[in-house]
Design a protein around this ligand. Structure first.
Ligand code: THU
Length: 135
């Protein structure tokens, strides 16, 4: 699947965002190793900390369907915003991509697709190996 196609999936998912508090709607589309795509959107809550980002809803939905190997995640926010995943989402992406290879695709402020990796976004990530080292 091309990056543009995955971004289109994220943009479609953005339409389902529940973001009445921030009014910052985000969609995500996660390409799984079996070729399936799982969508997510941010889901906010009147108790603000209970809200969850689009990236983590997509990852959680995929895991609940038996997927744990992911190739790429596209994220889509408001037009004109160069969207970058938050720190918590970077940590969750890293959980399923300990080698850092997961591709993260978003549009820049001018709307052009840009791709990086979770390894570049979260160098030196804490992971399962760190827990194992203490045992
Ligand atoms: N948000 C996401 O869903 N993904 C991002 O990459 C950045 C931020 C959400 C969280 C919250 O619902 C709203 O955007 C404003 O922070």
């Amino acid at each position: 699947m091309q990056d543009a196609d995955l971004l289109a999936e994220a943009e479609a998912a953005r339409g389902f965002a529940h973001a009445p508090y921030s009014r910052f709607q985000v969609g995500a589309a996660l390409l799984c190793a079996d070729g399936s795509v799982q969508r997510g959107c941010n889901v906010e809550n009147a108790s603000y900390p209970a809200g969850i980002c689009a990236e983590r809803t997509a990852i959680s939905a995929a895991v609940a369907r038996g997927q744990r190997r992911f190739l790429a995640i596209a994220i889509a926010g408001p037009p004109g915003v160069a969207l970058a995943p938050c720190g918590i989402c970077r940590q969750v992406m890293s959980e399923f991509s300990p080698d850092g290879a997961l591709r993260v695709i978003a549009r820049d402020a001018a709307g052009a697709p840009r791709a990086t990796t979770i390894g570049a976004l979260l160098p030196g990530a804490f992971g399962a190996a760190d827990l194992d080292a203490a045992r």
